[in-house]
Design a protein around this ligand. Structure first.
Ligand SMILES: Nc1ncnc2c1ncn2[C@@H]1O[C@H](COP(=O)(O)OP(=O)(O)OP(=O)(O)O)[C@@H](O)[C@H]1O
Ligand SMILES: [Mg+2]
Length: 167
């Protein structure tokens, strides 16, 4: 469901929202976005514990052509996992990253050049994101369904948001 709205205050309103009624929906949305992603695209996944960030990332992997036998889980131990695919997929998790001094050793800037990237808990280190990225905020609703608020920050992420918001 697309819901266009102008930015009215310091906290930009999302350009569109989509809904995921269950985990399968969440995964399917990830597949749709993954199919539209190319090398250099970055998706910033934001939302509380258990919101569905990894579920969405599993869909992204599928859409990017990562082999189904690859286990796509929260890269909370390694912080960064790379999966070969039609388009390589780099999956990052900032949850256990303590300081920004640890960021360079993750090598994600290099990853931006050779892969499509998704970052869980991206809001913890917003400086690490490229200027053009698609921020997706997962909101857990009272019903348990999730709302995805899409905030593109440049031309590529606008195209990605449009691909995801098609109903
Ligand atoms: N749209 C949805 N509606 C209901 N349940 C969902 C939805 N999306 C995912 N889930 C379920 O929520 C649980 C948590 O999902 P997931 O592990 O993807 O969250 P996460 O945001 O990655 O969590 P963490 O912050 O721990 O990394 C899983 O059981 C998953 O199946
Ligand atoms: Mg996760």
């Amino acid at each position: 469901m697309a819901d266009a709205g102008p930015e009215q205050n310091s906290r930009p309103s999302p350009s569109a929202t989509v809904r995921a009624n269950n985990a399968e929906d969440m995964r399917r949305l990830g597949v749709r976005l993954g199919q539209a992603m190319i090398v250099g695209d970055v998706v910033a996944l934001v939302g509380p514990l258990g919101a569905g960030k990894t579920t969405f990332a599993q869909g992204l992997a599928q859409g990017l052509g990562v082999a189904p036998h690859r286990h796509v889980a929260s890269p909370s131990f390694a912080l960064v996992n790379e999966h070969p695919g039609r388009t390589p997929f780099v999956h990052v998790d900032f949850y256990r990253l303590r300081t920004r001094a640890e960021l360079p050793e993750l090598g994600i800037e290099e990853a931006y050049d050779r892969a499509a990237t998704a970052i869980e808990w991206a809001d913890r280190f917003p400086d690490a994101l490229p200027a053009d990225h698609l921020r997706i905020t997962l909101v857990v609703q009272e019903s348990g369904c999730r709302r995805l608020d899409l905030q593109p920050t440049g031309p590529r992420s606008k195209a990605l948001a449009a691909a995801l918001a098609i109903t």
